[in-house]
Design a protein around this ligand. Structure first.
Ligand code: CP
Ligand code: NVA
Length: 312
């Protein structure tokens, strides 16, 4: 039984399909305003060492609407790994809270948090990956396409934490995944090798965005400089210019290609307004589904741990 959610590949193929079912089910409940409060009297600490709009608001709103109370601990609050050790924080919060969500810089810290916590820990992004985002993204693709069969996703941009979670996903769901990025900005080779070893998906990395997006069902991009790299932003703009997602690139893919971005976007930089606001764009469905997908993940982990409510 899964205790924590730190990587998309913590789920098996069956488990992620169950998450899709729970996400649809809980989304319908929210739309029909049903009184379903499985997290009554439960609390969640949300540790943010980095800024956030979607992750904070979706977790806090979702947890509250399921009957619980979420506490926001910002970058100046606990100083995880600096003011206090990761393991002491894990032990202390486990005494107060029923679940912990953390957005941290160092991936090792989220692993250590989970190892030392007696309550479930959810990874809300590290420098290495962003699993909640990619679960919400694939759920959004499923909603739009109705099937994940014969899916080709092309990511264009920096080989960053978002790409890493796509690799994790490609090791549990069969697909074609292409990462088109500039030389020197490729994703983690070890993780790519692991995903390839699963033998489930066709995964490749190219430096040619036009070749990469041919026949793509989905074109995905993200900022060229992630949180923690913002001082490199200007320098990166020159290098990444050929990787902008604009109308020319969209026209090379399939006619009904879906455009996705985890947001926040730097409009006019990695993607044009024309693409962001086009009929192909599903960026706000993606953002909304963060809440439904995460609620599904929390329901699953809380059910495994406390077993004091029913799901589905
Ligand atoms: N996509 C995402 O995680 O957004 P925030 O950084 O605003 O939480
Ligand atoms: N790659 C981005 C994702 C933001 C949701 C970052 O880490 O800043």
């Amino acid at each position: 039984m899964i205790k924590n959610f730190l990587h998309v590949s913590d789920f098996s193929n069956n488990q992620i399909n169950e998450i899709f079912d729970i996400a649809s089910w809980i989304k319908n409940k929210f739309y029909s305003n049903e009184n379903y409060l499985p997290f009554r009297n439960k609390t969640m600490s949300m540790i943010f060492a980095k800024p956030s709009a979607r992750t904070r608001v979706s977790f806090e709103t979702g947890f509250y609407r399921l009957g619980g109370h979420a506490l926001y601990l910002g970058p100046n609050d606990i100083g995880i790994g600096k003011r206090e050790s990761v393991s002491d924080i894990a032990n202390v919060l486990s005494r107060f809270n029923d679940i912990i969500m953390a957005r941290l810089f160092d991936h090792k810290h989220v692993l250590e948090l989970a190892e030392n916590s007696s309550v479930p820990v959810i990874n809300g992004l590290t420098d290495f990956n962003h699993p909640c985002q990619i679960v919400a993204d694939i759920f959004t693709i499923l909603e739009h396409r109705k099937t994940l069969d014969d899916l080709k996703v092309t990511y264009v941009g920096d080989g960053n934490n978002i790409v890493h979670s796509w690799f994790e996903l490609a090791s549990i769901i069969p697909m074609e995944f292409v990462c088109a990025c500039p030389k020197g900005f490729e994703p983690d080779q070890k993780l790519l090798d692991q995903a390839l070893m699963s033998g489930l998906s066709k995964i490749s990395v190219t430096n040619d965005p036009e070749f990469g997006v041919k026949d793509a069902d989905v074109i995905y991009t993200d900022v060229w400089a992630s949180m923690g790299q913002k001082e490199e932003a200007l320098e990166r703009r020159k290098i990444f210019e050929p990787y902008q997602v604009n109308k020319n690139l969209i026209d090379i893919a399939l006619e009904n290609v879906l455009f996705m971005h985890c947001l926040p976007a730097e409009r006019g930089v990695e993607v044009t307004d024309e693409v962001c606001d086009s009929k192909n764009s599903i960026i706000f469905d993606q953002a909304e589904n963060r809440m439904h997908a995460q609620n599904a993940i929390m329901l699953k982990l809380m059910h495994n741990k406390y077993n004091d409510f029913t799901i589905l």
